[in-house]
Design a protein around this ligand. Structure first.
Ligand code: BG6
Length: 464
């Protein structure tokens, strides 16, 4: 038996991609609520005011807000031990800067958490999975302003106290490194923001993150708080030293966030880079202490693919994962993401060597244009993807000694794609009858992979 007996198998979603009910329960408007649908060739547009003629997929999504019991019961049937979901910040503090929380929003998550517990599933909560209330953007520029720190801390304190003893695992900010390439997703910062502005917003997020880690520990010493890295892992294009150094620099652009969250200070390479570019961070005298105290308990990250980087990499597109190079040894999904199970083992080693802390894979999965036939989907390709990734994860545990605590599939039921806003980019073990326009019965159907994941979980990863 290679995996721990208490290994957390399960799945992850985010509120903005599955809840819908965007105006119910006195909810405010978050950054994703103003993003239109796109597709593999068309980027999502951001319209600060809602245009009734446009399609905003988060508004209806798959109605998890009303159907969460049915969905969590299906997760229970698969044997989930953990369900990671996000609390939508704009349900608790509709504008972000409000001083009193919205009781209706809190009550909703009371019920979701209680239902997870009733099903024997450990709830893991992401506190912001791209759901920054746009009230903060309109009032003071969101994370560009230091006021955002107090707003986030107030929100987290409310939630930590409300669910004290009911939720143990917390992820304050989903894929914090997306601030570098997709600042609107990361924190309602304009996609046209300069690099300097992105680094200032990131600084405020890192200070806020450290503060809420300390706060979570003060409220309950059993709380476990993790960093959540958007899994960018790159290979050098060749063994030419210039490609090696280009790759090293590329990785550091993203790893610095996790370095700060785990080590409690800005790494020297980042300080040198900012100084070279003439970027002065808005540091206040208490900040070093805040960062030093607020280091995380564990590492978590999403893992979908790897990329190739070399001296000619000029731009990186985080939605399509293009770097100017492709890996000739790997196949790609229909959205161009390279499929690399061995890369999962590589990434686990990379992260464990760097921090020596327990690791949770909190997102992994493959999407396709699944078609419902006779009440199911023959998604054999998804079983292979799962089998190959779990095989490599087990090697990381058995051969390399990496301390892996859990594996969560992304989108265990079909939800709206974050990058493209499509419904037809489906990851689920459960097919949801909703199309790109939000039409459909919403009925849930088990795909063939449903029984496969159930078997994997039952055997604790032995029967692949
Ligand atoms: C992760 C995000 O980066 O990738 C999720 O945390 C997202 O929100 C997932 O859904 C897959 O990306 P996409 O664009 O296929 O939905």
């Amino acid at each position: 038996m290679s995996l721990r007996n208490d290994f957390f198998w399960g799945g992850s979603t985010s509120a903005d991609q599955c809840e819908g009910a965007w105006q119910e329960g006195r909810k405010g408007i978050n950054a994703v609520d103003v993003m239109t649908a796109g597709d593999v060739n068309t980027p999502r547009a951001i319209t600060l005011d809602i245009d009734p003629k446009k399609n905003y997929p988060s508004h209806k999504a798959i109605d998890h807000y009303h159907r969460y019991q049915e969905d969590i019961a299906l997760f229970k049937e698969m044997g989930f031990r953990m369900y990671r979901f996000s609390i939508d910040w704009s349900r608790i503090y509709p504008n972000g800067y409000d001083t009193k929380p919205n009781e209706e929003g809190l009550q909703h998550y009371d019920e979701v958490i209680a239902y997870c517990r009733k099903c024997g599933i450990e709830p893991t909560v992401t506190l912001c999975h791209f759901e920054t209330p746009i009230g903060m953007f309109k009032k003071f520029g969101s994370w560009l302003h230091r006021d955002a720190i107090d707003c986030f801390v107030r929100y987290c304190e409310t939630v930590f106290k409300r669910y004290n003893g009911k939720v143990k695992y917390w992820l304050p900010i989903n894929e914090i490194n997306t601030m570098t390439d997709c600042p609107w997703w990361a924190g309602a910062i304009s996609e046209d923001a300069s690099y300097k502005e992105r680094m200032i917003a990131a600084y405020h997020q890192l200070i806020a993150h450290a503060k809420v880690v300390t706060l979570a520990h003060e409220i309950n010493k059993e709380n476990q708080v993790g960093s959540m890295y958007g899994g960018i892992f790159s290979y050098p294009a060749t063994c030419h030293p210039d490609d090696i150094m280009a790759n090293e620099t590329f990785m550091k652009n993203y790893m610095f966030y996790v370095d700060v969250q785990n080590r409690g200070y800005y790494p020297s390479y980042k300080r040198k880079e900012l100084a070279r570019k003439g970027i002065v961070l808005p540091v206040q005298k208490e900040d070093d202490d805040i960062l030093r105290k607020g280091v995380v308990d564990f590492i978590s990250y999403s893992y979908y693919n790897t990329v190739v980087v070399g001296k000619d990499t000029k731009d990186f597109d985080l939605i399509s994962f293009t770097t100017g190079y492709t890996n000739p040894y790997l196949e790609k999904t229909k959205w161009g993401w390279e499929i690399d199970p061995v890369g999962l083992r590589y990434s686990l080693n990379y992260m464990y060597d760097r921090y020596q802390k327990p690791i949770f894979i909190v997102e992994n999965g493959i999407a396709d244009y699944d078609v419902l036939e006779h009440g199911s989907v023959q998604d054999t390709y998804r079983k292979y993807y799962l089998k190959n990734h779990i095989t490599e994860l087990k090697k990381a545990v058995d051969y390399d000694g990496v301390d892996v605590r859990g594996y969560l599939w992304w989108g265990p039921l079909d939800i709206v794609s974050s990058g493209t806003g499509e419904m037809k980019k489906r990851y689920g073990f459960i097919y949801v009858d909703v199309d790109d326009q939000g039409n459909g019965s919403g009925t849930r159907y088990k795909k063939c992979s449903f029984a496969y994941y159930k078997k994997v979980i039952q055997s604790n990863g032995e029967d692949l």
